[in-house]
Design a protein. Structure first.
Length: 234
């Protein structure tokens, strides 16, 4: 079976930066110098935002309000620091999400050294992402700002794409559970007060713009000759 085509710059490597960089250090915020010999050109807030971008797959206004505010107010110096590492800054003001991605040369090929890993989502993760993107789109269109989903509904949907010849149900369920956990680690999904429900992050709309969503939906249908559930027929 072919791999998912969702080879996404958004899927980032974990950084070795220490959490202590995000702690208050008592430095005088009136100067850019925060320690002996400091020649940096970013404010404390901007540095925190840059570190958050390097440590995380994305930052958002809901998860990282201070860091998001620093980027929104003045993205240029943070973008410049990322550019020095052959990275680019993507800021989506509509969904209030920011993330880094690999910079490409003018010719469109990746000729630069990279700090990021090119990874592919698994088949189960791709099915889940497409389903979550449709759910997010439909709920937002209906006026719901907070979009959630039953965990069991998501698992059932992924299972609906199981080929008729598949017999390893235990293995399929294990891969499905792992896919859901991975999307939670990536903060595409998060827990709610109800243990049976998960919240869908607005980042899903940035990760899967509509043209890419339809492309993946067609790929999934062709992959195993199934139409899955009816949620994608909108």
């Amino acid at each position: 079976m072919s791999e998912s085509p969702l080879d996404e710059d958004f899927q980032l490597a974990e950084s070795d930066l220490d959490d202590e960089f995000l702690e208050e250090d008592g430095s005088d915020s009136s100067t850019l110098a925060l320690f002996d010999g400091d020649t940096g050109g970013l404010s404390l807030g901007q540095r925190r935002a840059l570190v958050a971008l390097m440590k995380n797959r994305f930052i958002s206004s809901s998860l990282n309000p201070a860091e998001w505010r620093a980027i929104r107010e003045d993205p240029a110096p943070i973008k410049a620091r990322l550019n020095d590492m052959f990275l680019d800054l993507h800021v989506d003001l509509s969904y209030e999400v920011a993330f880094k991605r690999q910079a490409a040369s003018d010719s469109g090929t990746r000729e630069f050294p990279t700090l990021l890993h090119d990874t592919q989502y698994t088949r189960e993760e791709t099915i889940a992402l497409v389903f979550l993107r449709h759910r997010f789109q439909n709920e937002r269109a209906s006026g719901h700002e907070d979009v959630t989903i039953e965990r069991d509904d998501l698992i059932t949907h992924i299972a609906s794409f199981r080929p008729s010849h598949a017999t390893d149900r235990s293995g399929d369920r294990s891969r499905t559970d792992k896919a859901v956990e991975n999307l939670m680690k990536a903060k595409v999904l998060s827990r709610t007060n109800d243990s049976a429900r998960l919240r869908i992050s607005p980042v899903i709309a940035v990760l899967l713009p509509l043209p890419r969503l339809h492309e993946l939906w067609e790929w999934l249908k062709n992959e195993n000759g199934t139409t899955g559930s009816d949620d994608e027929n909108d």
